[in-house]
Design a protein around this ligand. Sequence first.
Ligand code: DQA
Length: 147
Amino acid sequence: ATILVLHGPNLNLLGTREPEIYGSTTLADINQHLTVLSKAEGHHLQALQSNAEYELIDRIHDARQEGVNFIIINPAAFTHTSVALRDALTGVDIPFIEVHLSNVHAREAFRQHSYFSDIAQGVICGLGAQGYELALRSAFNFLDTNN
Ligand code: DQA
């Protein structure tokens, strides 16, 4: 199956961006690790990071045309602002898991509302880069039992 990993704004800075909050692993490291794990399970992984809301939305639209089976998304700051990105995910009806590196519930009040959590299959936050791997393993499990 095909799994799409989407990374929202500023996540291109991972590794150097507030490492005490987001860790020292780079986005390239995360994507590389997820690609290797996916291959080992016979799945295909695609990844996109964008600082532009419309690029993430367009990628989600294309995902339906391409037959993407599962999405893992860290919407980053768009988590707390983007009805448009939420509507894109609802519109394509592809199951997804929401991931955050930091524990958003232990941070500023404005980070405690997500436009995605109520429509996500699950939400992982506060476990750093490992959260992506856990989401991916859950996706494998879902794909094995539902396809
Ligand atoms: C984040 C949490 C968001 O509140 C923040 O805007 C981010 C990253 C996380 O992974 O912890 O950019 O999604």
